[in-house]
Design a protein around this ligand. Sequence first.
Ligand SMILES: [Fe+2]
Length: 300
Amino acid sequence: MTQSTVRPILEGKSSDAWKIEPSSGSIGAEVRGVDLRKALEPDAVAAIRRLIRERLVLFFPDQSLSPDEQRAFMRQLGTVQKHPERPRVLEGSDEEVVVVIPVDGVSAVWHCDYDPDFVPCGICTLNMVECAADGGGDTIFVNNYRIYESFSPGMQQLLDGLTAIHRNTGNGGRVRDEARFPLVGTHPDSGRKVLLYSAHHVQDFAELLPEETELVLARLRTLTQLPKFACRHHWKPGTLALWDNRCVQHYAVPDFSGSRRLYQVTIEAPLPVAIPKAGERAQPISPIERPLPDVAPRRS
Ligand SMILES: [Fe+2]
């Protein structure tokens, strides 16, 4: 994506001065020239929505938002998701703004983020307050559209019919340990087919034998790790990252020592719509209901 191809996205006076640089050929863009501490004009909100839809993850450097400013920014885009368990397990958090202090090795798996009921989150933000002192701790984001589109039509047809079983091995205070979602859905914003897939959490398919599951999972994991579908972000204090968690996986590179500090806010967004089988109508994706175990919140 070049400056000229992003220009149609930025029609409107509020976004004339924005500078947008793609992060890679597949995903991501850095956005400068907008002050997220101020209330945004409607055309600026619309431009951000279009950029998320096209680039999936956006990086806004030099914002240095306070927790309340980050919350206020996200409220302009949607309904902020509540995480009632987080104030009890993560010091300094409230139900909407979560203080994250990851240490070496945490989140060093390919994953998407989940809400307390173990449903994939909608639109997520991370606000880097304090970076790792040694310069490590980049985050890699990968495009789940591109992974799906790299399969042959025959394999896509197989994937379209699979029910993915997500297992919550780390818990992180969530009450549900397992949920099932169709592996492929139509994204409500783009209208394109996409994998609702988190490599760390999707461990089985309802329709396949164990040996077949391993074959499909191995291919999905290999594709998730291909640099050509990804971008790697080197953090600086004050940067806000905003991504569509319904079509993006991320990975925190565990090459730092000590800790860092971030604020996390997410907003609700409808999940992709399940691909209808012959004779069926399209249905929103929802987890297959099962009794919720009585699990005490734990630190992720
Ligand atoms: Fe995460």
